[in-house]
Design a protein around this ligand. Structure first.
Ligand code: SF4
Length: 411
């Protein structure tokens, strides 16, 4: 349920008090600069109340919570990194792929280039979770493949303590009522269900799976019944954005009682490496949908990735300044969309892999790294390269000095 404007102000005041406690020595000038920036950010956001907590979006832990405070510490540490005062950033979120198995075959699958030879054991995944939590990661997302195919998933999620909040990315296949209640009981915050269209045949076509739509719809129902925060991951086609059909989709999501719709877009990686399907006009339309959609109280909360990761806001968080990804073999990647790794977290430890990755991503990119350099990435992936040094050389040869506004104002 969206909160009123008055309650939003109350939440912001409470939040400011917590932020002030964590950032004690901020000058008045900096404080004013940050406040103005955050005011303009929150003006474009709808806030949802769930389980007596405020949810800004699934890209941040709910407030108030220990995980939210973990995030504030991470932002503080990353700000020091961007200023050159520390050697490593602390990302807000890390997604772990717990399996490569999946019943769907999406045309845009980003995991198609991360295929691991073997799957990690329960203990190995819990080891990774412990490393991430000790390092200060505030959101741990479980993805795949289809994570519900693992029969130890509940044990894995239960291993995350309240320093971090948790997300589960799923096609919905296997999210029975019983499973939804069990996920809630082990402390899962949000289930993020993949749904690309309100028309059954269209969704099934994008996922190449004849029962994907029915499974997603029943998963929404079961997750809501169990009291989970229900978000959708939606990858619309360019036509859906150009024809405004996206608004029908958002009304459908509202009718189903969804809390948040995360509107992504097919990023040129994985199965569509080298193919940029969204032009600049489409990206600008997507950004407008974030702003317009969050004004319409009849709709769920809208989180448009193209807006949140634009240079007007946080920019690209790949490489640990906001986000990173660990594949199903335990290899650390800058992001789910970047198909090469900087070492194995189980073999070398998280810090060592991050040190290597920081050489390739010394600062946040102003816009999506994968989309900005999709041609270079496709060419590079044709080469027979295997060493982290090649990846460092490739990544550090790209990019600009321009800083996303978030880092300009907050650092
Ligand atoms: S490359 Fe950057 S902007 Fe693109 S999806 Fe990854 S983190 Fe997001």
């Amino acid at each position: 349920m969206r909160v009123s404007s008055l309650e939003k102000i109350y939440m912001l005041l409470k939040m400011a008090r917590v932020a002030r406690r964590i950032n004690k020595n901020v000058s008045i000038k900096k404080f004013m600069q940050r406040s103005l920036f955050l005011r303009s950010f929150f003006e474009k956001e709808a806030i949802v109340k769930h389980d007596n907590k405020y949810v800004i979006s699934t890209f941040m832990p709910p407030f108030p919570s220990k995980a939210f405070e973990t995030m504030l510490h991470a932002i503080k540490k990353t700000s020091e990194y961007v200023k050159g005062n520390t050697s490593l950033p602390v990302p807000i979120s890390t997604y772990i792929s717990v399996t490569n198995k999946c019943m769907c075959h999406c045309y845009y699958c980003s995991n198609a280039l991360h295929r691991a030879k073997k799957e990690l054991s329960t203990e190995e995944i819990i080891n990774i979770i412990n490393q991430l939590q000790d390092y200060g990661v505030s959101i741990i997302g479980f993805t795949g493949g289809e994570p519900l195919l693992r029969n130890d998933l509940l044990e894995i999620i239960a291993a995350v303590d309240d320093r971090s909040s948790t997300l589960l990315f799923t096609t919905g296949i296997g999210l029975t009522e019983e499973m939804a209640y069990s996920l809630k009981n082990v402390g899962l915050f949000s289930v993020v269900i993949s749904l690309d269209h309100y028309k059954k045949e269209e969704h099934n076509r994008t996922k190449n799976c004849s029962h994907a739509f029915d499974s997603a719809i029943s998963a929404i129902h079961n997750a809501k019944e169990a009291g989970l925060y229900v978000a959708l991951n939606t990858l619309p086609s360019p036509e859906m954005i150009r024809s405004d059909e996206i608004w029908k989709f958002l009304e459908f999501a509202a009718y189903k009682g969804v809390d948040e719709v995360r509107i992504l877009y097919p990023i040129p990686t994985g199965r569509i490496l080298g193919k940029n399907l969204f032009n600049e006009d489409d990206i600008n339309r997507l950004k407008q949908i974030h702003i317009e959609g969050n004004k319409r109280r009849s709709l769920p909360k809208i989180s448009v990735l193209a807006y949140l990761e634009s240079k007007e806001f946080t920019g690209c968080g790949a490489g640990g300044t906001r986000h990173m990804y660990i594949d199903a073999s335990g290899n650390l990647h800058p992001c789910d969309m970047i198909p090469f790794s900087f070492g194995n977290v189980l073999e070398e430890g998280l810090i060592k892999c991050m040190e290597r990755m920081a050489k390739a991503f010394p600062r946040p990119h102003p816009e999506c790294f994968t989309r900005s350099y999709y041609k270079e990435l496709a060419e590079f992936m044709k080469k027979d390269v295997a060493s982290a040094d090649d990846y460092i050389q490739f990544c550090s040869s790209l990019g600009s000095e321009e800083m996303p506004v978030f880092f300009e104002k907050m650092v």
